[in-house]
Design a protein around this ligand. Sequence first.
Ligand code: SAM
Length: 240
Amino acid sequence: MEYTKSRTYDRQFLLDNMMGPNPIKMLEELTELPGMLDLKLDMRVLDLGCGRGLTSIFLAREFGVQVFATDLWISATENFARFKESGLEHRIIPIHADVADLPYADEYFDAIISIDAYHYFGREEAFADEKMAPLLKPGGKLAIVVPGLKKEIHDDIPQEMLLSWDAEAIETLHSPKWWRELLSKSQQMELQAVGELECYLECWDEWLQCNNEYAISDRKAMENGAGKHMNLVFVIAAKK
Ligand SMILES: C[S@@+](CC[C@H](N)C(=O)[O-])C[C@H]1O[C@@H](n2cnc3c(N)ncnc32)[C@H](O)[C@@H]1O
C-alpha cells in the first residue's frame, strides 16, 4: 500500500505528537480495507483513546466526519489547541474521559475507531457488549488496531522483549487468533474481520525515530529482534 494520504502530513508534526507506532498510517490502512468501513460526510465517529488527536485530525480531514476525540491521559484543553491549529475545531470535539464512564448517549455513533489504545482497556470478554455496543447505532462499526503478537508467548516470553517491556505490559499484547476468539464471544457485535496490517514495519520505524521517552525505551527491544514476534492487529465488528 502507498499510504498516499498519510504521506501528506507534516513529518515533524507527527513525530512531535505520536504516542506509539505511526497511528495515521494504521488508520489509513484500516479505513481502506475493502468493504469494511464506509465513512461518510457528517457521520459521528468516536475516536477512542485518541491520544494527541492525530487520528482525529485524519478522520475529520480525510472523511469530513464529526469526531469525538476522547482520551484519558491527554487533556481536552491540550487537544483543543491542536485541533484549532489544524483548522478543524468545528469538526472535532475534544473530550477528557475514561472508557469506564463515557459521557455519550446510547446509539449515538456510526463508528467507534480506536488506534493503539483498545488493548489497554478492551481485553475483558464483557467489554464490547457492555461499553461499546450500547453507543453504536444498529449496524455501526467498531474498528480497532492494536499492537499485537504473531502468536501467544506469555508462557515463555522471549528475553529480547523484556529489554523494553515488563510482563504486565506484554500481557496487553495478543495474536489475531486471541482477538478473534475474544470478539467472537460478543452477543451484540458481529465480528467481520481480524488480521494483520501491512504497515507494521513502517509504523514502528517512524515511532522509533521520535525523541519521545517511550520511543527511546522501546528501541532496546526492537534493536535486539523483538519485532519478529510482533505485528499490528486489526479487528472490525458491526453492531447487530
Ligand atoms: C499509546 S496511546 C495511543 C494514542 C493514540 N491513539 C495514538 O495512536 O497516537 C494510548 C492511549 O489510550 C488512552 N487510554 C488508555 N486507557 C484509557 C481509558 N481507560 N480511557 C480512555 N483512554 C484511555 C490513553 O489516554 C492514551 O492516550
